[in-house]
Design a binder for this molecule. Structure first.
Ligand code: YNC
Ligand code: MG
Length: 417
């Protein structure tokens, strides 16, 4: 039983599948909203974090680096970079009151945090003005004291005060009730290191040398010379926005992005330093996101794009390699999806293999150890053939205050619901 989640507007365990989509609780008019913050245990106080301020950004980085998400056997812990945190939490139209922090009253030490950012969320036929909640974290020394429910209620109140009553969030843990569940898949790139830090192991029917050979990727992206693959630039924003919008219509749930949001998601967070010809293999200092487009050399139309982001993990208790450099597949799209029969005749699958195969090459050249992808969108078309292995982590997707039938557009590879 869920003492907290049992009181929240989310589908409860054992509920029948909904017959129609809609809210669970109606939105409240401003005068009915709670005006003051929820009470915290004594010795603690609320604060709003200003991530534009280097000092506060560093405080959040310190909290998350030591206390954020770990895998099941506590071998790896996410280590988001400071640049990543800004990129993720300061998109266009972000609301500073949605960066909710808890400090120790006496010495102001930051001990807990939760964030929300505004999103336009498409769920089947509805477009919701919603928030995406992320980076919920309570210091290890304050766990199991029911602080998390207070943080969640407070961020909900802050969203409500801005007229937002629905939210999207993901978590590895199972709560009432996922709208979808995905599995993590891992494409090993740096085999010696991954074996060394026990991220993976050499199967008994294989040698290390053979495992390295099998996972070797080419040195140069295949679409680079043949089809006009290059880094995305400012001039591509409107075409990428349009291609993204059309491509995502294939799925039952996704974020709608304006041109400003596309610029933020795919072009900001790219770090400082030179771009342009042949720079595709070098990460810029502080680079968070990598975005590439395919420009048709004759028509100059953008026909495809892919992106991935950098999210390293601390390797817990391993002195030799202290971070695992992981790239995560982000958004991609291809015009091939709109060609008659492309899905059935294998053309879409082949195009995605070329496209995401190139993403692996770019990531390999940029010295990532592993490339991760979830079993969602069209990923099932290429995960196996591009030699991704099934991970043991699951990612559950949740909607707050919205009912819809479980989503088939977000499928898992192996029949996990
Ligand atoms: C979790 N991840 O079930 P019940 S993901 C939501 N998301 O409640 P306590 C969670 N709820 O079951 P602790 C949760 N984990 O009794 C636990 N819970 O009803 C629930 N870990 O609270 C749990 N970050 O304070 C239980 O637990 C209640 O001290 C127990 O704190 C939990 O960001 C946590 O994994 C996760 O820092 C903060 O363990 C802590 O353990 C921690 O006694 C490491 O809490 C980091 C970590 C979570 C990453 C994420 C998404 C969060 C979504 C939150 C829900 C948002 C709802 C929408 C709000 C906006 C609405 C509008 C509009
Ligand atoms: Mg607690």
């Amino acid at each position: 039983t869920h003492k907290f989640w049992g009181t929240q507007p989310v589908p409860q365990i054992g509920e029948d599948a909904p017959t129609a989509d809609g809210y669970i609780e109606p939105s409240k008019p401003p005068e009915e909203l709670r005006q003051d913050p929820y009470p915290l245990p004594k010795d603690f106080e609320w604060a709003t974090l200003d991530l534009a301020d280097e000092v506060q950004l560093r405080e959040l980085w310190d909290l998350l680096s030591a206390n954020y998400v770990e895998d099941d056997d506590a071998s790896f812990r996410f280590q988001y970079s400071a640049e990543f945190l800004r990129w993720a939490m300061q998109p266009p139209g972000y609301i500073k009151e949605w960066h909710v922090a808890v400090r120790v009253a006496s010495n102001k030490k930051l001990v807990a945090f939760v964030s929300a950012v505004p999103i336009s969320l498409r769920v089947r036929e509805n477009l919701l003005r919603a928030s995406e909640v992320n980076f919920l974290c309570v210091h290890k020394k304050l766990r199991s004291k029911r602080l998390a429910p207070v943080l969640i209620k407070e961020v909900t109140r802050q969203c409500n005060l801005k007229g937002v009553f629905q939210a999207l969030y993901t978590a590895g843990v199972l709560l009432p009730t996922p709208v979808s569940t995905c599995r993590y898949n891992h494409r090993c790139l740096n085999i010696p290191k991954l074996v060394n830090v026990r991220f993976t192991h050499v199967p008994s029917n294989m040698t290390l040398a053979r495992m390295i050979r099998i996972h070797k990727v080419p040195d140069r992206p295949r679409l680079l010379d043949r089809d006009g693959l290059r880094e995305m630039e400012e001039k591509d924003v409107s075409q990428v926005t349009d291609l993204y919008a059309r491509y995502m219509k294939r799925f039952g749930m996704y974020l709608e992005f304006t041109e400003d949001e596309v610029r933020h998601q795919f072009l900001s967070g790219r770090g400082e330093g030179p771009g342009g010809k042949d720079s595709w293999k070098n990460a810029r200092p502080g680079q968070v996101v990598w975005t590439y487009v395919v420009e048709n050399p004759t028509t100059h139309k953008i026909t495809d794009f892919f992106s991935f982001y950098s999210l390293p993990s601390t390797i817990i208790g391993q002195p030799k390699h202290d971070v695992l450099n992981a790239a995560y597949l982000y958004y991609y799209a291809t015009e091939t999806a709109f060609e008659e029969g492309a899905e059935d005749n294998g053309k879409l699958k082949r195009r995605l293999e070329d496209l995401i195969g190139d993403a692996l090459i770019v990531a390999d050249q940029a010295k990532f150890d592993v490339f991760n992808g979830l079993s969602l969108m069209d990923n099932v078309h290429f995960l196996q053939d591009l030699k991704f292995g099934l991970g043991d982590g699951l990612l559950n997707f949740y909607l707050f205050n919205w009912r819809t039938a479980p989503l088939a557009g977000v499928q898992s590879l192996d029949g996990v619901p």
